[in-house]
Write a protein that binds this ligand. Sequence first.
Ligand code: ZN
Length: 107
Amino acid sequence: MVVIVTWLFAKSFRGLAIYPFIFLRTKDLKENLKIINHERIHLRQQIEMLWVFFFLWYGIEFLIRWIQFKNPLTAYFNISFEKEAYANEIYPEYLKTRNFWSFTKYL
Ligand SMILES: [Zn+2]
């Protein structure tokens, strides 16, 4: 389910996934298969972590990476969920072959 919310985002962010929704900053992003696939990977991660544990883990890993890299943007790109999503967003078939908890390969 895709929802367009222009007011929700800082300029650098284009999309956000909170199961069962994908929030996008602009309508044209709906046609951007890479972004949609990226957010769909997050939806899968959220389902397999029973939703709440995804956000807990995401927050804790973000803080750990922030301490590790001393930079919030670098921390964000190094969260295992983001690494998996960025590495595989270009493969439209990725979710069909992805294994359970695949994000742990990116820890
Ligand atoms: Zn992401």
